[in-house]
Design a binder for this molecule. Structure first.
Ligand code: DAH
Length: 339
């Protein structure tokens, strides 16, 4: 038995010196120290020894086990060192390589112009109100005093979801929603997307953006409207900008006007931008029709108000000299990078 033990120790230590990886090491451990391992087998046979031999052989077997365990631990440490060294050699990080630059995004020109518009009106004490793009016929037309036979209600102009539901054709329905849920004084702008059944060309898109304005209070006059729009025009197109109002008709305002600004291209003397007119139309406006106030539960004998609606695309195209609306929606990076 002594000899067997010595033999086992010799074999094991010899094999240990040839171990190349952790898997081989684990296999060797099992081979000698496992449940059915060579050393374990010997220990199981000890029951057959005499009382004198047992402690001697026991001591020896124990020494062999310790020697094997130590040998295995040494080899394990060596293997781990090798793995680490290998990693350090192969996984080199070159900290001097320049980083990859991520291109910075920019605001879309429509967003920049909308932000400017918001700033101007927030500066004058307005709040922002919003409404849904899928809207009731009632809010989009009926409550705005737009009669049943009005051409704007035609399916040629309006996308109908059902008989009573449309994609809003303007931001004016937000006026109705706001007046029905708030008491005067009211001072809001309502930016948003609107839809019309138009064919795409240089000046039309079935989806575009508007900003609605609404002020309702006691004693609001047309003079307040003019002063407000004058301040707005100067804020957007520059200090020297003038405005003019031309009589017009909108069902939801009375009186109504179309509003022009002096041309930003020539200052009023006539150029290509204004087609020689000196003026460019930018919005519609007027005094809120008494029928509209009444429909929203506001007494037109006590309160009055003005409203206006402008197209963000048109103003953006004017400001930046963009001559084709499609450029604003195609998201061509070469175009967008310029702003
Ligand atoms: N809703 C009109 C349109 O889409 C624009 C408009 C005109 C809005 C006059 C108004 C207004 O609030 O008073 O063409």
């Amino acid at each position: 038995m002594k000899q067997q033990l010595q033999e086992i120790q010799k074999q094991a230590l010899a094999s240990l010196s040839e171990i190349r990886d952790v898997r081989e090491l684990e296999a060797l451990k099992v081979e000698y120290l496992g449940k059915k391992g060579k050393l374990t087998q010997i220990l199981k046979g000890m029951g057959a020894l005499s009382a004198e031999e047992r402690p001697v052989i026991g001591q020896m077997a124990n020494d062999v086990r310790i020697a094997l365990e130590e040998g295995i631990a040494d080899v394990r440490a060596r293997l781990e060192r090798e793995i680490l060294n290998n990693k350090l050699k192969t996984e080199v990080i070159d900290v001097t390589i320049p980083g990859r630059t991520k291109p910075l995004g920019k605001k879309h020109p429509l967003t920049s112009v909308l932000d400017e518009i918001k700033d101007i009106f927030i500066g004058m004490g307005y709040e922002i109100a919003e409404g849904p793009e899928v809207e009731l016929d009632y809010n989009n037309f009926e409550a705005l005093n737009i009669p049943k036979n009005h051409p704007a209600r035609d399916t040629q102009d309006t996308f109908y979801i059902s008989e009573n539901v449309v994609l809003r054709t303007h931001t004016s329905p937000v006026q109705i929603r706001h007046m029905q849920s708030h008491n005067p004084p009211i001072r809001i702008i309502c930016p948003g997307r609107v839809y019309r059944s138009d064919t795409v060309d240089a000046t039309h898109s079935p989806v575009f953006h508007q900003v609605e304005g609404l002020v309702v209070d006691k004693g609001v006059t047309m003079g307040d409207l003019v002063g407000t729009l004058q301040a707005f025009a100067k804020g957007i197109f520059g200090e020297n900008t003038r405005i003019r109002l031309r009589p017009h008709h909108f069902p939801f305002t009375e009186p109504s006007a179309e509003v022009d600004v002096s041309c930003w291209g020539c200052g009023g003397s006539g150029c290509r931008i204004c087609k020689g007119e000196g003026w460019v139309e930018i919005l519609g406006a007027g005094m809120v029709h008494p029928n509209v106030l009444r429909e929203c539960g506001i007494d037109p004998d006590v309160y009055s108000g003005f409203a206006f609606g402008l197209g963000i695309e048109r103003i953006t195209m004017g400001k930046y000299g963009i001559d084709d609306m499609r450029l604003l929606f195609e998201n061509d990076m070469r175009f967008l990078k310029q702003f």
